[in-house]
Design a protein around this ligand. Structure first.
Ligand SMILES: [Zn+2]
Length: 142
């Protein structure tokens, strides 16, 4: 046994939380919740992809490409479910689901390459709304 081992373990203490399953699941979810190409739902096809009348976006310019959100699993309740589990395992406390979202903490357990997707999804799902630089969680009716 080397005396250096505990020190090395300490160095990896922060990163280890990023390997917790709910955190990994959340990042995987963000990767998979968008599909390639513009949205081809009935409404977008009928309206020639004019989203000016939409409350929530369907298509996005992300990673230099056009992507669309998959509606089957991108409702606010879906996003919240993944977010709550990841938050609990990373922050070791329950996510407060009312008021301002602590986005710095969410970003801390989200891959930096996925931050644009995170923000796009928070807004598009209706889970949170940006107001004066703060993200306000919208109260969900169960
Ligand atoms: Zn659409």
């Amino acid at each position: 046994m080397s005396a250096e081992q505990p020190l090395i373990a300490d160095l990896f203490e922060v990163d280890k939380r990023l390997t917790l399953k709910p955190v990994v699941d959340f990042n995987t979810y963000l990767r998979n919740v968008f599909g390639d190409g513009p949205c081809r739902c009935h409404r977008c096809l009928e309206g020639n992809a004019d989203e000016s009348g939409y409350n929530h976006r369907h298509s996005f310019a992300l990673d230099g490409r056009t992507l669309h959100r998959r509606f089957a699993n991108s409702a606010a309740s879906d996003v919240l479910q993944y977010l709550k589990k990841a938050w609990l395992s990373y922050a070791k406390n329950e996510l407060i689901t009312v008021g301002t979202l602590d986005l710095d903490t969410v970003k801390a357990f989200t891959d930096s390459e996925l931050h644009p997707r995170l923000l796009a999804l928070l807004a598009a799902s209706g889970l949170a709304r940006e107001s004066e630089g703060q993200w306000q969680l919208q109260v969900l009716a169960d």
